[in-house]
Design a protein around this ligand. Structure first.
Ligand code: ZN
Length: 344
């Protein structure tokens, strides 16, 4: 990848797979266009040129995708974990090998071919949000395009609940635009709520044996889920609502308590909606304590959103009228008050 408008060194883009699948992979220009277009846009490049012919359907799809992206608001952050300056960090590679082992087991049982792929396309994203909130769908589709001699359709699993999800790198309004005449890219499972997806997984014993939801499993050799982070709690509560928590050995078999519901991480409306879905199930089980805890947790989430919205409105108003003078003046006073409160 050769950059024109930003100060970046030239880099090689690669897709690799085991030699047994060598006939299934090809240097498809569509794959390299999709791998490069989001990083190029993020870094302010004015054009993208790819050697070879790009499918006209993909070109038109990308034009449509950028109209969607332009209307979305994204935060920027910095990725400190996945990659150092040269490539994936060793912890991430180890994690890949562990996942590959588990997925191979699942593939054997389901009698499907698993093709492990190594690629550095994520390395070109400028930070984690550039990948998660913009580049992920195009990046995943680029891998499928590299395998276009074998694959005619690829499904990207929906992560949201029912309805149009919040802006994210994979999205029903974006993913189909990454299709070509030879490869259909489909955003799959939008019709299912998160609890319904959990119910499908919970009825598949092979999947329950390797179920992983945790973000914080690094350095835990005995388990693939920590059992206490927000994601683990969320999954445990949903499985308990479905009476299936004891069907997996990758999460602790514990009685769900109101405190666990209170500790659950609700990042957005999707999280709140999927917790709400559990009310009916716990109500049928006579767990009034959990029903009450869920109502309280959702109410707290809405209050936090309301307060955050109010703070943002004040800051925007202050920025417009006084160039942020009020915010800058109040901040040290609030810091002093916090210190005094801690001493008391
Ligand atoms: Zn966890």
């Amino acid at each position: 990848m050769i950059w024109e408008d930003c100060d970046q060194p030239s880099q090689e883009v690669y897709f690799e797979c085991p030699a047994s699948f060598e006939d299934d992979i090809a240097p498809n220009p569509n794959a390299f266009l999709l791998a490069g277009i989001m990083p190029a846009t993020d870094r302010g490049e004015h054009r993208v040129q790819v050697e070879g012919s790009v499918c006209p359907e993909l070109r038109n799809g990308l034009l449509a995708a950028f109209r969607v992206i332009r209307d979305c608001f994204f935060f920027l952050g910095f990725n400190r974990y996945d990659f150092d300056a040269y490539g994936p960090v060793p912890e991430r590679l180890q994690d890949f090998e562990r996942r590959l082992e588990r997925m191979s087991e699942l593939a054997r049982e389901a009698q499907i071919n698993l093709i492990p792929v190594h690629t550095n396309i994520r390395f070109f994203a400028r930070d984690s949000n550039a990948w998660n909130k913009r580049g992920m769908g195009a990046g995943l589709a680029s891998i499928a395009h590299a395998f276009s001699p074998r694959i005619a359709r690829v499904l990207i699993g929906s992560s949201g609940s029912i309805g149009i999800p919040l802006p994210w790198g994979t999205h029903p309004l974006l993913d189909p635009n990454f299709s070509s005449t030879n490869l259909e890219v489909r955003h799959d499972g939008l019709q299912l709520s998160r609890l319904q997806k959990t119910a499908i997984i919970s009825d598949w014993p092979a999947a329950m044996r390797i179920l992983q939801c945790c973000w914080q499993n690094e350095g835990i050799p005995t388990s693939i889920n920590c059992g206490y982070c927000g994601k683990c709690l969320h999954t445990m509560i949903q499985l308990a609502a479905l009476d299936k928590l004891d069907k997996t050995h990758t999460l602790p078999h514990v009685e769900i308590t109101p405190q666990m519901v209170d500790n659950e991480l609700l990042r957005d409306a999707d999280d709140a909606a999927s917790l709400q879905e559990c009310i009916e199930h716990f109500s049928r089980k006579g767990r009034a304590d959990l029903v009450e805890a869920i109502h309280k947790r959702i109410k707290r989430y809405h209050n936090e959103i309301h307060r955050a919205g109010f703070r943002t409105a004040i800051k925007q108003w202050d920025q417009k009228l006084t160039c942020g003078l009020l915010t800058r003046s109040v901040r040290p006073v609030l810091g002093l008050l916090r210190k005094l409160r801690n001493k008391l």
